[in-house]
Write a protein that binds this ligand. Structure first.
Ligand code: IMP
Ligand code: MG
Length: 177
């Protein structure tokens, strides 16, 4: 039997301040130029909802797609992407909003799909950048937090679909009983 416990790493007040800072940076980069902000479901859902409401851009549209890596709990697996954007992104600025970049393999796959469709620019906003674990090089333009080790849950992030609704980002500890 395994037992799971969570302990807060980034409390929600800290996350809120950091998200506001990222939104200010993003607002300054695009000004009012037409922009499609893309939420990578499900993990980025809460980050995205908070972030886009703090971005000042009268010409921003929102898009959603789903990417899962069939993780067996914490281990990376096969990447699956459901392209459900609906909007044509050719010649438009695209801002991808993702929860975590870890090995970078999922994001490299997604960036490849986005670039194939001829956008004017592509930038990436990531809540938690686990840059030390990178296997595939990915440029993160806006990063909320840098993390070297540990598996985290909450604020949209899951372990086997659990813990997404926790307001804080927490470290998940797993012990054998
Ligand atoms: P990558 O392909 O290894 O970069 O994996 C990225 C994906 O794995 C992210 O989009 C997350 O959904 C998931 N992931 C990686 N690390 C964590 C974590 O610590 N907590 C929750 N999900 C994670
Ligand atoms: Mg994800």
């Amino acid at each position: 039997m395994k037992s799971f416990s969570v302990r807060p790493l980034y409390p929600h007040e800290l996350i809120a301040r950091r998200v506001q800072e990222l939104a200010d940076e993003i607002s300054a980069v695009y000004d009012n130029e037409p922009l499609i902000a893309v939420c990578v479901l499900k993990g980025a859902v809460i980050f995205f909802s908070d972030l886009v409401r703090d971005i000042r851009n009268e010409n921003m549209m929102l898009g959603f797609l789903r990417m899962s890596s069939y993780r067996d709990g914490m281990n990376p697996g096969q990447i699956q992407l459901e392209w459900t954007l609906g909007t044509d992104i050719r010649d438009k600025h695209v801002l991808i909003v993702e929860d975590v970049v870890d090995t970078g393999n999922s994001m490299a796959c997604l960036l490849n799909e986005v670039r194939k469709r001829g956008p004017k620019s592509v930038r990436l906003a990531v809540l938690v950048d686990k840059h030390e674990r990178r296997e595939t090089d990915v440029q993160v333009d806006f990063a909320g937090f840098q993390l070297n080790e540990g598996f985290i849950v909450g604020y949209g992030l899951d372990h086997a679909e659990h813990y997404r609704a926790l307001p804080d980002i927490c470290v998940l500890d797993i012990a054998d009983e």
